[in-house]
Design a protein around this ligand. Structure first.
Ligand SMILES: [Zn+2]
Ligand SMILES: [Zn+2]
Length: 144
């Protein structure tokens, strides 16, 4: 906590520095996160302290009105969800050398999770409706 970490993609061309807000990780089970990550998108909040290396070949895909997803243009690794206003940054824990230091405490869009798998252990969960009620910027805007 409070320590700057370096994250990297599979090929190593895209790196970033980030300081996680806490040691906690969260999973989002929404269809966008599942397609983007190719699995479970497990992230930790690095808002306010997330920066790609200047020469990182990163593509930002705008997935909604207020969010974009960053991935390595060379190897395709999913690296982060970023708010377009620059205020929020959630980094994939898999980009860090020791993802195990971030225990998964939250599961979002739990009602969108395929029934074929689930996480072990206790987590706080939110449904899509609960998430939207709390975080959606506008009644018609998608969250991610
Ligand atoms: Zn790469
Ligand atoms: Zn999601």
């Amino acid at each position: 906590m409070g320590q700057a970490l370096t994250g990297a993609c599979l090929c190593g061309a895209s790196t970033f520095t980030a300081t996680p807000v806490s040691d906690e990780a969260g999973v989002c089970h929404c269809s966008m996160c599942r397609r983007f990550s190719g699995g479970m998108f497990i992230v930790t909040d690095c808002s306010g302290a997330f920066e790609f290396a200047a020469d990182a070949p990163v593509t930002r895909f705008q997935s909604s009105e207020w969010g974009e997803r960053a991935f390595c243009s060379r190897c395709g690794s999913s690296l982060a969800w970023l708010s377009r206003d620059g205020r929020m940054a959630f980094a994939s824990v898999q980009a860090f050398p020791d993802p195990g230091r971030f225990p998964v405490r939250h599961e979002l869009f739990i009602d969108c999770k395929p029934g074929s798998y689930c996480l072990a252990g206790e987590t706080a969960t939110m449904t899509e409706a609960e998430f939207m009620a709390q975080y959606a910027p506008s009644p018609d805007g998608g969250a991610e």
